[in-house]
Design a protein around this ligand. Structure first.
Ligand code: HEM
Length: 491
């Protein structure tokens, strides 16, 4: 490079720096590390093994509210229970937008419920919640669906006959089938290729999104579109899922009867027909495909991953496992499957499930939020459109909320009388306006599956319990547990 080009480059860099700093001072942004043009704070961020560790370290230096540049994009990061709660709950409306998340957005283009904003998001969320409730979410009918699917899972588990196996696909197929039955009208046979495809594609994408490549794609999507790597599978996998859903939608259209809706897709098709004349309607083929896709993704990998983390915890702490089984035996016995009504009489089991979710912390940085208007927050003026990362991990590890946050300790959710005790800092499903849409379904699934499994089996590790490594194999969108095998001892 000759000296004129070098000087020109330096001048441009200096101007960009100036621009970044000027806009900060106007909006009274929170403090943060000084960014470089284009790279932002990448150098500081890459000093740790993953983005979560880097962002947590920066919060120790700059406090619970700080500004960081993920490449050229400015983001405000919130850490600790108090700051996250003030944003998501106390100022929930302002923080209710969805921030940029290219690993999803570049596929859904803002058409699905989880990555849309404004009126589209409101319309899709209200409609989806209503339909899921109509099909039983949070009610007895959903409980029956889960229990039915649970019986199929138990039969599969019995077939392992005490031999070692990896539970990943087995659990995901079963969990996925529950949301599949709501979306597509019926469950799949466990060997059905469509179900196997759904589970494998989602599992692969969750792993990529939780890896270095997924994180880098979120920071430099345009650049990484040209770079080879596993991130390129993300959109191929998503396309294959979309085709699968589109095929089912076509079948639905062929036999659609608005008077007797069979499932979520039928209801959506009716809504599309009702609003056909409205040019501003948010209900059309793209929003149907992407909303179905979001529900399928959300309803499959999250619960499967939580169950795997919980299996590891129960094997590492056999006394906890034994105490849950004792409670199941006392309250339910062996003659029938556990049902939701049993939960209030099972405070220890309830506490263990909550603690497993807190400890596993499967979406540690939440999905990004965005300010929908200029907002004063803790004395800072955050401009409309600012993306916000709420570190749920720091909420779940906040020492002001949990006595021994780094330990797996069910006592975090028990009071002095050993009754179940809620914690406001329990936020695996996030909080506020964007609270996970499937929370009540997921909580039902976790309770019914775990109790049904522990009623029939003891979970046994292949090695010594103390050798079980609970640290995730990778962290990004999710905390992915290390692959493991176990065997089941019939009780
Ligand atoms: C243990 C299980 C689950 C966990 C830990 C979990 C966690 C989360 C989290 C952290 C968010 C982001 C919330 C935010 O932006 O503040 C979310 C959003 C969402 N989840 Fe879940 N989820 C689980 C299960 C499910 C299930 C079963 C479904 C399907 C019915 C589902 C559907 C969704 C949807 C559609 C959104 C987007 C909501 C929106 O943007 O308005 N999730 N979930």
């Amino acid at each position: 490079m000759d000296s004129i080009s070098t000087a020109l480059l330096l001048l441009i860099l200096a101007l960009l720096c100036l621009l970044l700093n000027t806009s900060s001072s106007k909006s009274r942004l929170p403090p943060g590390p000084r960014p470089l043009p284009f790279l932002g704070n990448l150098l500081q961020l890459r000093s740790s093994k993953d983005l979560l560790t880097s962002l947590t370290k920066l919060s120790k230096e700059f406090g619970p509210v700080y500004t960081v540049y993920l490449g050229p994009r400015r983001v405000v990061v919130l850490s600790g229970y108090q700051a996250v709660k003030e944003a998501l709950v106390d100022q929930g409306e302002e923080f209710s937008g969805r921030g940029d998340y290219p690993v999803f957005f570049n596929f859904t283009k803002g058409d699905g419920i989880a990555f849309s904003n404004g009126d589209r998001w409101k319309a899709l969320r209200k409609f989806s919640l209503q339909i899921l409730r109509n099909f039983g979410m949070g009610k007895r009918t959903m409980e029956d669906r889960i229990l039915e699917e649970g019986r199929f899972l138990l039969a599969e588990l019995r077939n392992t006959e005490g031999k070692p196996f990896d539970p990943t696909i087995l659990l995901s197929r079963s969990v996925s089938n529950i949301i599949c039955s709501v979306l597509f009208g019926s469950r799949f046979d466990y060997e059905d290729e469509r179900l196997l495809n759904i589970v494998q594609l989602i599992n692969d994408n969750f792993q990529i999104m939780s890896s270095f490549w997924g994180e880098m794609y979120n920071i430099f999507p345009n650049l990484l579109d040209w770079v080879p790597g596993p991130h390129r599978r993300l959109f191929q996998n998503f396309d294959r899922m979309k085709n699968l859903i589109a095929l089912s939608v076509r079948d639905h259209q062929a036999s659609h009867d608005p008077k007797s809706p069979r499932d979520f897709i039928d209801c959506f098709l009716t809504k599309i027909a009702e609003e056909k004349q409205d040019p501003l309607s948010h209900f059309h083929m793209d929003t149907l495909l992407m909303t179905t896709h979001n529900l399928l993704f959300g309803g499959t990998e999250t619960v499967g991953t939580t169950l795997r983390h919980t299996f590891l915890l129960l094997m590492k702490y056999p006394k906890v496992q034994a105490r849950v089984q004792e409670e199941i035996d006392n309250v339910v016995g062996r003659a029938r499957l556990p049902v939701l009504e049993d939960r209030t009489a099972m405070p220890y089991t309830d506490a263990v499930i909550h603690e497993a979710q807190r400890f596993a912390d499967i979406i540690p940085m939440n999905l990004p939020h965005r300010l929908i208007r200029d907002t004063v927050f803790r004395g800072f003026l955050l401009p409309k459109g600012t993306d916000v990362i709420t570190l749920l991990n720091t909420v779940h590890n906040d020492p002001s909320q949990f006595l021994t946050p780094r330990e797996f300790n069910p006592e975090h959710f028990l009071d002095a009388n050993q009754s179940f005790k809620k914690s406001p800092a329990f936020m695996p499903f996030s909080a506020g306006r964007r609270l996970c849409l499937g929370e009540s379904l997921a909580r039902m699934e976790l309770f019914l599956y775990l109790t049904a499994i522990l009623q029939s089996f003891s979970l046994q590790p292949l090695g010594a319990p103390e050798d079980i490594d609970l640290t995730p194999i990778s962290t990004g969108l999710g905390n992915v547990p290390r692959p493991f095998q176990l065997y089941l001892r019939a009780r």
